[in-house]
Write a new protein. Structure first.
Length: 116
């Protein structure tokens, strides 16, 4: 099975991800063939005596995985998982960027040349 290159970068709200059935957020895709990137956490309990760790144990039952990126192999999209408020700010920033491009012909991010 070959893998396609990631062609698009998108943002998705963490609140829009169903942790019981993780799928591509793109409505026209909804694939569950994904690569997930994130942070894995396990609770660690340490006992200190006179400032020295005398025992430590991991609570394997407390394992949590926080997804930061979902890569969909079916639609070649990398989804950056952000808080709902951050996604709203990203969308507003893109709206403002488009307004600047239309008004001046110049992309404030420097990716579009000046209009003639």
């Amino acid at each position: 099975m070959g893998f396609e290159a990631i062609l698009r970068n998108e943002f998705v709200s963490a609140g829009d991800i169903n942790s019981d059935d993780i799928r591509c957020p793109r409505e026209s895709c909804r694939s569950n063939t994904l690569v997930l990137h994130g942070n894995s956490q396990v609770t660690r309990v340490e006992t200190l005596e006179a400032g020295v760790v005398t025992s430590a144990r991991l609570d394997e039952g407390s394992h949590a995985f926080e997804i930061e990126v979902i890569e969909c192999l079916a639609c070649s999209t990398r989804w950056h998982v952000k808080a709902r408020e951050v996604v709203a700010l990203e969308e507003r920033n893109e709206d403002l960027r488009q307004m600047v491009i239309q008004a001046t012909g110049t992309d404030p991010y420097g990716t579009v040349g000046r209009a003639n």
